[in-house]
Write a protein that binds this ligand. Structure first.
Ligand code: S3P
Length: 186
């Protein structure tokens, strides 16, 4: 098995952490959850970091951690939902790892995030409208990523099965020699 990092990204609520953790378990690789790592190092929650230091500070931490993780090998990494929107981070992770973007349709994301209070960007009265806006703003950046998996209506195990099948195809690409998975239509 090649040792390039496997990087799981995508919008908030697409299941990056749960999928990344299970994928790492099945592959026998170490798992790094970027948000959890930031919280551990800062000794505060993401919401506290946003409230006390502001989003730009949080984004700088993400850049530092991307640099650090991209210099390592053999990891499964779950990014934060906004990490790879920044070109610099996206280029770094795609240059050194296999980057897979998870998707879910908007209605499902709204349902999955309805009760959540841990995401500062969605901690506002017009949460649903803002989620739709943010996703629309970010869509083009996510679409620049090479591999896409739709999680709508799927269990964590089903998504991990699909990712493992994709990784197998990448190792053995067949006669066309290239594989690029398409994002789901929304
Ligand atoms: C963010 C997503 C969050 C977290 C932070 C900012 C974003 O991660 O990094 O609240 O900009 O989309 P999750 O996608 O794991 O919720």
């Amino acid at each position: 098995m090649e040792k390039r990092n496997i990087v799981i990204t995508g919008f908030m609520g697409t299941g990056k952490s749960a999928v990344g953790k299970e994928l790492a378990r099945r592959l026998g690789r170490p798992f790094v959850d970027m948000d959890a790592l930031i919280e551990e190092r800062e000794g505060r929650t993401i919401s506290q970091i946003f409230a006390e230091r502001g989003e730009p500070y949080f984004r700088r931490l993400e850049v530092e951690i991307v640099e650090e993780l991209a210099a390592r090998q053999g990891l499964v990494i779950a990014t934060g939902g906004g990490t790879l929107i920044l070109n610099q981070n996206r280029e770094r992770m795609t240059a050194t790892g296999i980057v897979i973007c998870l998707w879910a349709n908007e209605d499902e994301l709204i349902k999955r995030l309805a009760e959540d209070t841990s995401r500062p960007l969605l901690d506002r009265p017009d949460k649903e409208a803002h989620l739709r806006r943010l996703l629309a703003q970010r869509r083009a950046a996510y679409l620049r990523l090479p591999y896409h998996v739709d999680t709508t209506g799927k269990s964590v195990d089903q998504v991990v099965d699909e990712i493992l099948a994709l990784l197998t195809k990448l190792r053995d690409p067949g006669p066309t020699g290239q594989h690029r998975s398409a994002p789901p239509r929304q």
